[in-house]
Design a protein around this ligand. Sequence first.
Ligand code: UDP
Ligand code: MG
Length: 321
Amino acid sequence: MKKNILTIIVPCYNEQEVLPETVKELGEILQSLIDDHQISSESKILFVNDGSQDKTWQLISQYTDKYSYVAGAKFSRNYGHQNALLAGMTVAVDYSDMIITIDADLQDDVNAIPKMVAKYQEGYDVVYGVRNSRQTDTFFKRRTALAFYGLMKRLGVNMVPDSADYRLLSKRATKSLLAFKERNLFLRGMVPLVGYKSAKVYYDRKERFAGTSKYPLSKMLHFALDGITSFSIAPIHLIMYLGLITVVGSIVCMIYTLIEHAIGHVVSGWSSLMISIWLLGGIQLISISVIGEYVGKIFSEVKHRPRFTIETESYTKKMKK
Ligand code: UDP
Ligand code: MG
């Protein structure tokens, strides 16, 4: 059996209402996995407090004192859900053989955790939690989510549909993910880029156990926009197509205007104005897109993403002998 210290990472932002239940349910799952010898008894639950204004941190500190398997990390202010997840990984990676990230609100079924661990034991490095249905989401959230996944797919971003940030990562997958140095985090787009053998575990998404959503519409839109602009320069290509269409349009317009001019239907000055407006518009759009292409290149360069991840190699081991 593989080495198996598990750390469950839980980002928390003003979650005082749910935390007592979360620590209870996750604690039970962790304990039963330890009793079944599925994971090491050194396994932990790590709560990352993302600058909560309520009693979240006081609660976490209480649990840390009370339970040996609970630990906490506290941000100096609110840095956002994705940063909280990454911070948890940074803290835990050296001490864990696998990590699982899960929301604090118990919407994601904790019973999927043993299934994820089982997949890890089978040799998978990445195990995605995928929602069976979105019955508990509002109609609006369901439609927008569907549209978003469709759009991302068309933009060429490889994502696992209906999987959020509930997943297991092995130590090496976590390390590879941490090698991504970008600041605009969109983890569900980044994890597939890491590669390795992956599996899916299906679960039913429930209602939030208590408290309210910490993702209001504005934050959700911002997040979606981040996802698109961090992973795709397709919008820049769109400008180029627009420019090309306009130039073609200008040729049509030129022919039309010249005919009208020849017939003599026009007031003087109209023909030259028509032609130049269309032609200039098209040329400008194309020029913007050319600049955009370079900005796009700069954009992907400054992210300093790793160019590759080597899964195994035998060279260094041999050289060290
Ligand atoms: N969260 C966070 N920082 C934030 C917003 C949210 O750490 O700025 C955490 C929150 O505590 C929860 C998870 O991210 O554990 C998901 O948030 P929520 O359940 O409110 O989102 P929803 O399920 O409504 O999309
Ligand atoms: Mg939630």
